[in-house]
Design a protein around this ligand. Structure first.
Ligand SMILES: [Zn+2]
Length: 63
């Protein structure tokens, strides 16, 4: 038990890419993936998750 700080700031946003319009959709943590693109209204299957956090891209975060 060497690492003590697991707490994370409320800074980073989850990022999704809409393949329909190509825009980046940013969603705060705790908010689920948008059902539709807020820009073009594309359905959820067109929206793909980008690397969360943006720092390093932890392998356990993909999916
Ligand atoms: Zn879109």
């Amino acid at each position: 038990m060497g690492q003590g700080k697991i707490r994370r700031p409320l800074g980073p946003l989850k990022k999704f890419l809409c393949r329909a319009c190509g825009r980046i959709i940013e969603v705060p943590y705790g908010v689920p993936k948008p059902m539709t693109c807020p820009y073009c209204g594309a359905p959820g299957f067109m929206i793909h998750r980008l690397n969360a956090g943006g720092r390093g891209g932890p392998p356990w975060a993909k999916g």
